[in-house]
Design a protein around this ligand. Structure first.
Ligand SMILES: C[S@@+](CC[C@H](N)C(=O)[O-])C[C@H]1O[C@@H](n2cnc3c(N)ncnc32)[C@H](O)[C@@H]1O
Length: 228
């Protein structure tokens, strides 16, 4: 596997631990480039959280580092971390509690293959959905669940932001991503880099459109999906 690949979550290893906060080296590297993209797409009128604050739901929060890095830059946005793996809750909870702007909620146990109504969400109620590095490191069922839920639970014209490596027109580039894809599939045949064309079709089936594609470091992309 290429050492340029942003793959340190693949093994769910915690190469560094700061107190009970898990530190994924990949998240440490990519959190700021992703923040710079979010600054172009996430908006809030107020600098305080209240009942009317925009709700930003992260699916598959992992260590919790991403929201911990983002939240202080959007003090009027309410960030909701979530995870299917409850062994990550200690870290997620500590990152939430130690956020200086106090706008990260406690994590919820959430398997994105289930409808968000199972977790108390109402249809057309979520302002932003965000998912990093799950689409290629989970069975495709999870991607289907992500887009189905976005189509139902996002407000009209609200955004879903996904980050990771993707292929386009059936072609994976560069060579390091081809090797990464092979490595993912050898670990689990249901994992693998997904093609943007397939995601666009899935999005269309769920009342969403791809509105922007941003090239990111380490051969990743951020995709911006908008509910119609
Ligand atoms: C590679 S990690 C990415 C973590 C974090 N988003 C990041 O970028 O550092 C993939 C995460 O997807 C989560 N995941 C896998 N299947 C899921 C599902 N069905 N619903 C929600 N999360 C899931 C795993 O528990 C894991 O934490």
């Amino acid at each position: 596997m290429s050492n340029t690949r942003d793959n340190s979550c693949v093994f769910n290893q915690n190469e560094g631990i700061n107190g009970d906060k898990l530190i994924y080296p990949a998240a440490t590297r990519n959190k700021d480039p992703i923040l710079q993209v979010l600054k172009r797409f996430v908006f809030c009128d107020s600098d305080n959280v209240d009942d009317e604050s925009p709700l930003f739901l992260e699916v598959a929060s992992g260590s919790g580092q991403h929201l911990a890095h983002f939240a202080p830059h959007f003090p009027g946005v309410k960030f909701q971390p979530s995870e299917a793996d409850n062994s990550l809750f200690g870290s997620l909870s500590i990152y939430a509690k130690s956020c200086p702007t106090k706008n990260i909620l406690q994590p919820i146990l959430l398997d994105i293959r289930n409808k968000l109504s199972c977790y108390g969400f109402e249809e057309n109620s979520v302002d932003y959905m965000y998912n990093a590095n799950m689409i290629h490191i989970s069975p495709y069922d999870c991607t289907i669940g992500l887009f189905e839920n976005a189509g139902i639970y996002l407000k009209s014209e609200a955004l879903m932001i996904t980050y990771g490596p993707y292929s386009k027109d059936g072609v994976i580039t560069p060579e390091s991503n081809i090797q990464f894809d092979a490595s993912l599939r050898s670990r689990n045949p249901l994992w693998g880099i997904r093609d943007i064309n397939d995601l666009v079709k899935l999005a269309e089936d769920n009342n969403l459109s791809l509105v922007d594609t941003i090239e990111m470091p380490a051969n990743n992309k951020t995709l911006i999906w908008k509910k119609n």
